[in-house]
Design a binder for this molecule. Structure first.
Ligand code: NAD
Length: 505
């Protein structure tokens, strides 16, 4: 008898015949209310599946499980935590294709980019696994008669709240350092893309992460997410999402003095000077806004081009943008897929009208494609000014706004004149200009003559409305751990003597 293995697409649909459950205390459970919610496939907006709809009761159960599991997980040696996290990474790689298919189907991100989502997630797990043994390391700060030393300990159970763009990779980016640090986790993924969070929980369970160390509660931000930020047993919340949600999370966490880490939106400039390698700059500018459907926080959504090279650069850019292949996210040839949800689609399309109303030119695109699914044509706005909505607001779609500039001072003023400050990209061969400009930028991350290429020990995060705090390397441990100072006297020092009989001083 021949046994046929179902294709990853069939396997995904088979899995989604039943609602996705929560994962709490090592068990797969429905919502205590019994409620579920629908989520949809961006390619046709048909119902893709249902997930348990979590509320404060489910969050409480998950927080209790994370609290109960914390002492043993904290006490486990770094070596053992490392081995378990390596096992997670191996299992992620073994299921890389299934993960890519699920992520593409659920989010509309083209499969050509999602193929690396699992690879990146596995890298995140291995990177932080290797640091688990040294996570508690501190400093030695000796002074006269005293030895001070610092030591770190995990803060406790933490909440992780993730968005719908590249959810698998972003979840790993938060959960891996939390576990390496010795924290336990309650994860609340985005309601528009819950599938791969479920796969990640399965993998962690299969890898032998003990019950209660990682818990997953599906649900809406206003209910499950809010309850997580307010729960007294949750000591810190790591959040990735929109700036206005970030400020809500700070408010919600205030009563329980929650430590919060916010990775928020961006309106990132790519600045092309007239001395740059224009061919490479063109490839990078296109890649950073039209890959991942333009739904990436570090997308280069504002292109500032020096006047002397502006017209020629924009001409070549327009030709390339008009050529970008839009299609089914599962087709390997597709470069831009459908936007995640009709609401995000409407939001992106509303900027076509905003561009017209403000007097910009829609040089390419500016329209939807077909009647099925959330497809928009990759769009290029020219003749724009920095005070226009298309230059100030995070559109979060395959839409680029071009603005000319004359001098370095002009470019710096334009680059900084937005509420955000996440990333910036500079293209110049002038060393002095590159350094001077980078120092003047109010952005958390700056790449010179490159697109976003990550090195995991470096700090990741933004200034201004783009966030609070940094991830990456030891920066992640600063968030998930408390630093204690221990001061040891070495010279028999005595405190001032108060209340001694017969002495006035
Ligand atoms: P969102 O803020 O709408 O939702 C993010 C998560 O927060 C979801 O899980 C949602 O359910 C939850 N949530 C919503 N309201 C909540 C509340 N009151 N309390 C607790 N949780 C709540 O963001 P989104 O639309 O899913 O994601 C897109 C945004 O994420 C963009 O602005 C993008 O720039 C940003 N982002 C930033 C980074 C970064 O590293 N800076 C990375 C990826 C995405």
């Amino acid at each position: 008898m021949t046994v046929t293995t179902p294709s990853p697409v069939d396997a995904l649909h088979e899995r989604l015949r039943a609602p996705l459950p929560h994962f709490i205390g090592g068990e797969w459970v429905p919502a205590q209310s019994g409620d579920t919610f629908e989520f949809h496939a961006p390619a046709d907006n048909r119902v893709l599946g249902r997930a348990a709809s979590g509320d404060a009761r489910d969050i409480d159960r998950a927080a209790q499980a994370a609290h109960a599991a914390f002492p043993a997980w904290k006490a486990l040696s770094g070596k053992k935590r490392r081995a378990l996290l390596y096992r997670v990474a191996d299992l992620i790689e073994a299921r890389a294709h299934d993960i890519a298919v699920a992520e593409s189907t659920d989010t509309g991100q083209p499969i050509r980019f999602m193929k690396s989502a699992a690879v990146r997630a596995a890298e995140n797990f291995r990177f932080f696994a290797d640091r688990a043994e040294g996570a508690q390391d501190g400093l030695s700060l000796p002074t006269d008669g005293f030895l001070n030393y610092t030591v770190r300990q995990p803060i406790g159970p933490v909440g992780v709240i993730t968005p719908w763009n590249t959810p698998f990779m972003l979840s790993s980016w938060k959960i891996a350092p939390a576990l390496a640090a010795g924290c336990t986790v309650v994860h609340k993924p985005a309601e528009w893309s819950p599938v791969t969070a479920t796969i990640l929980a399965e993998i962690m369970h299969e890898a032998g992460i003990p019950a209660g160390v990682v818990n997953l509660v599906h649900g809406f931000g206003e209910t499950a997410g809010k309850a997580l930020t307010e729960h007294p047993l949750i000591k810190a919340v790591a959040f990735i999402g929109e700036s206005r949600t970030g400020s809500l999370i700070q408010k919600q966490g205030a009563d329980t003095l929650k430590r919060v880490h916010l990775e928020l939106g961006g309106k990132n400039p790519v600045v092309v000077f007239d001395d740059a390698d224009l061919d490479r700059a063109l490839d990078a500018a296109i890649f950073m806004i039209y890959s991942l459907n333009g739904q990436r926080c570090t997308s280069s959504s504002r292109l500032l081009v020096q006047r002397g090279v502006h017209d020629g650069f924009v001409e070549r850019l327009a030709e390339r943008v008009a050529n970008i292949r839009v299609g089914d996210p599962l087709d390997p040839a597709t470069e831009v897929g459908p936007l995640i949800h009709p609401r995000q689609f409407e939001k992106v399309c509303s900027y076509f009208d905003a561009a017209r109303a403000d007097g910009a030119t829609i040089r390419v695109g500016g329209e939807r494609i077909g009647e099925t699914g959330n497809y928009v044509r990759p769009t290029l706005f020219t003749d724009a000014r920095n005070d226009m909505r298309i230059a100030q607001e995070e559109i979060f779609g395959p839409v680029l706004t071009v603005i000319p500039f004359d001098t370095d001072e002009d470019a710096l003023r334009l680059a900084n004149d937005v509420q955000y400050g996440l990333a910036a990209y500079l293209w110049t061969n002038d060393l002095t200009r590159a350094h001077t400009f980078a120092h003047g930028l109010d952005s958390g991350m700056i790449w010179v003559n490159s697109e976003n290429v990550r090195h995991l020990p470096t700090p990741f995060g933004g200034m201004k409305a783009s966030g609070i705090g940094r991830d990456g390397g030891d920066y992640s441990f600063d968030f998930y751990m408390e630093t204690k100072n221990v001061a040891i006297n070495l010279n028999g020092h005595r405190a001032q003597q108060l209340g001694m009989p017969g002495k006035e001083n």
